[in-house]
Structure formats: structure tokens, C-alpha cells
Design a protein around this ligand. Structure first.
Ligand SMILES: Cc1ncc(COP(=O)(O)O)c(C=O)c1O
Length: 374
């Protein structure tokens, strides 16, 4: 059996789970190894503690490998929002961002601007369908713009931004700050065209909360001041003098990382690396095709992108009666995210045929007329 098939075989969560864009049930390897790490921490032996501490370096190495960067430029963070804070609070100039971004970008940018006394200003855009395209960015570009912040895959619409086109339009000198929460590990992208990439382990990596990271390119390190820099952000720790931030990306850290979280992140990333991100992406694309086919057959309006290049693992259903559809799915044992007028489905490589059949049956059982918008 290939490593990819082994990986798919590790999805042992209950059938009906279609909520990967919200939370990824922990993988068996993460569950097993976290117990082993916890036992080591329970011994108190220095050799055991340092064994668990090695997880920090492993996580940095593995994240860097997937990003195509250097391990020393990867910082471990308690959340991806905290990674974005390190970036925004140290920036000046106008930063382009969509008002429809997940608040980790929009709210954090707003707060950082307020704290900067307007040395930093958000340059809000409200593009059609919330799609941050090169054209939408080009419209507001001027000399004041120092950066663009964007979700690689939008949490609400499922739209996958074209990072190459965005880099092209902002040029080589502005920073490209990417929230890869909905893509890291499941979309085979070239992240080296970005300057800051944040992500976390609790959705697609199946590694639980607290396992986030932020990567800072050499250019980002030159341009972003380490404002929220703490006791791990210096070359050494001194009690008698106040140390300057280190020149490395570790300046964008506050205190020592949670080694159990680092272990979970390392295992989650290792598993997707071993299975192959391209293979995972391809399998997810097949499952999305199946969900689209099911929705079309039952007359449910889909508002997420259909083009493979513009989507990842999210399908958005926008029926006439979203609350009824959400209730029907829930009654059928299907876990999704229902929000306002839409129902968000997230499929992963290990989504099984039984789950897709459950979705098909649930949509069929209640009759099209209740859900279709015509
Ligand atoms: C696109 C996106 N960014 C950021 C976050 C929040 O990440 P964290 O909890 O690591 O701060 C989410 C959570 O759903 C998300 O979907």
C-alpha cells in the first residue's frame, strides 16, 4: 500500500464529518504521540524534557520544508492570529486587505493601525464575491501601499486566491502576507512568493489547537519591526540588561512555545508531507467534484468556485432555506458549518464514500423544492 493510501486509512473519525474548514478531528498519530510526549514530560527527567523540546526544531524544519523556506525563519505561535499580530504591529504604510477577510486579518489590521497612531493604515477593498483578485488589488495600488494581506483560501467563499498573480500586481517590493489556514498542507502552492505565511494545525493538519506558525521571509524581517517581541525574541536572555530583538525571525516570538503543541504540529505536518501534498490536493479536488455533482443533482445552488484552480476543500451551498437545510443535515448526522444564508462543507482526502452517500441521501430525502432557490 502506498503512503498516500496509508494516510487516507488514518481518517478514523465518525462518518458524516464534513466540517474540516472549522476543525480537523485529531489524527491517530497525533493522538498517540501526544500521550508519549506527555509521559516524558511527566517524568521530570532532564533528558526526557529535552527529548520533548526537540519537537520545536522538528516542527520548524517540517513547516519550512513545506513552505520552501528556512527553519530558522519559522516561528511557532499559539494561533495564526498571533502570527499576524507580529506582522501587522510592526508595519507602516497602507496595507491592502478585503473587508470580507476572516477577522484574523481585518480586525488585527484595524487594531494594529490604531496602536500605530495611523503610521499604519488599512486600505480596505470590497471586491465582487469577496474575491481578492489582481484586478481588485490593482485598483487601489499607489505609492503608499506597503503590503497586501490575503487569505490563500477564503474561509467563507472557498475562493483560492492566485498568489502568483497577486505577487505580480504588487511587484517585488511590497510585502505579501498570506493567511494559509485553509490551505497549508492540502494545497500544493509555492509559498516562497509570499513574505509572511501564517497557518495552524487544528483544521487540515488534524493536530489540535495551539499549534500555529508564522514564517517571515528575509525581506519581511528587514521591513517589519519586531514590536511584540518577548523573552524568546533576543539572542540571549539577560536579567541585568534589556536585550535588543534578535535579527532572526525568532524576534517575532513572545515566550517559549508549548512543546506538546509543537509536537502535534510536527506530526501533523510530517503526515501530510509523507502522504504528499499534491496527492492530498488531488483527492480533495475529486471529493469536491462529487459534492458539486450531488448538489447539482438535487438542485442546490452552489456559490463557491467550480474551477479547480480557484478552490480547495470548501464547497458553499446557498439554498433558499439555509436553516432548514442545516437542520436536515444535522438530523442526518452530517457535520457542517451553517452561517447565515449558506452551509459550508469541507471535505478532506480521507472523506469516505459513506459520508458522501449520507450527504446525497440527506439532500434527496427532503425533496428539492424545500431547498432550491429555483
Ligand atoms: C482563514 C482563517 N484565518 C484565521 C483563522 C483563525 O486562526 P487561529 O485560531 O489560529 O487564530 C481561521 C479560523 O477559522 C480562518 O479560517
Amino acid at each position: 500500500m502506498s503512503t498516500f493510501d496509508d494516510y487516507v486509512g488514518t481518517f478514523d473519525n465518525e462518518s458524516g464529518y464534513l466540517n474540516w474548514a472549522a476543525f480537523g478531528p485529531l489524527s491517530p498519530s497525533v493522538r498517540e504521540e501526544i500521550f508519549a510526549d506527555a509521559d516524558l514530560l511527566g517524568s521530570g527527567r532532564p533528558s526526557s524534557l529535552s527529548l520533548v523540546w526537540e519537537r520545536v526544531g522538528q516542527a520548524q524544519e517540517l513547516v519550512a520544508e513545506l513552505l520552501g523556506g528556512d527553519a530558522v525563519d519559522v516561528t511557532l505561535q499559539p494561533s495564526s492570529t498571533q502570527g499576524l499580530m507580529h506582522a501587522f504591529y510592526g508595519m507602516t504604510g497602507a496595507v491592502i486587505a478585503s473587508t470580507a477577510e476572516f477577522p484574523s486579518i481585518s480586525l488585527t489590521l484595524d487594531r494594529a493601525a490604531a496602536a500605530s497612531d495611523r503610521a499604519l493604515t488599512p486600505r480596505w477593498i470590497t471586491p465582487a464575491d469577496s474575491r481578492v483578485t489582481a484586478d481588485a488589488v490593482a485598483e487601489v495600488l499607489d505609492d503608499e501601499v506597503t503590503a497586501l494581506a490575503v487569505s490563500h483560501v477564503d474561509f467563507r467563499t472557498g475562493y483560492r486566491a492566485d498568489l502568483a498573480a497577486l505577487r505580480d500586481v504588487i511587484g517585488p517590493d511590497r510585502l505579501l502576507i498570506v493567511d494559509a489556514v485553509q490551505s497549508f498542507g492540502v494545497v500544493d502552492a509555492d509559498f516562497t512568493m509570499a513574505d509572511v505565511v501564517v497557518g495552524h494545525g487544528y483544521k487540515w493538519l488534524r493536530a489540535g489547537r495551539g499549534s500555529a506558525f508564522a514564517w517571515f521571509s528575509p525581506r519581511a524581517r528587514q521591513r517589519i519591526v519586531p514590536v511584540l517581541s518577548g523573552i524568546t525574541g533576543t539572542d540571549s536572555l539577560s536579567v541585568d540588561e534589556v536585550m535588543a530583538p534578535t535579527a532572526s525571525a525568532q524576534a517575532f516570538t513572545v515566550s517559549s512555545p508549548d512543546t506538546l503543541a509543537a509536537g502535534r504540529l510536527a506530526i501533523g505536518v510530517r503526515d501530510v508531507r509523507d502522504a504528499g501534498v499534491a496527492a492530498i490536493e488531488a483527492r480533495i479536488a475529486q471529493h469536491v467534484d462529487t459534492v458539486l455533482e450531488i448538489a447539482d443533482r438535487h438542485g442546490i445552488v452552489v456559490t463557491s468556485p467550480r474551477d479547480r484552480a480557484e478552490r480547495a476543500g470548501i464547497v458553499v451551498l446557498s439554498p433558499e432555506e439555509p436553516a432548514r437545510l442545516a437542520a436536515a443535515l444535522s438530523n442526518a448526522g452530517i457535520v457542517v458549518t451553517a452561517r447565515g444564508s449558506s452551509v459550508r462543507i469541507g471535505v478532506h482526502a480521507g472523506t469516505d464514500a459513506a459520508t458522501l452517500q449520507q450527504l446525497d441521501d440527506a439532500l434527496g430525502a427532503f425533496g428539492n423544492e424545500t431547498f432550491t432557490s429555483s
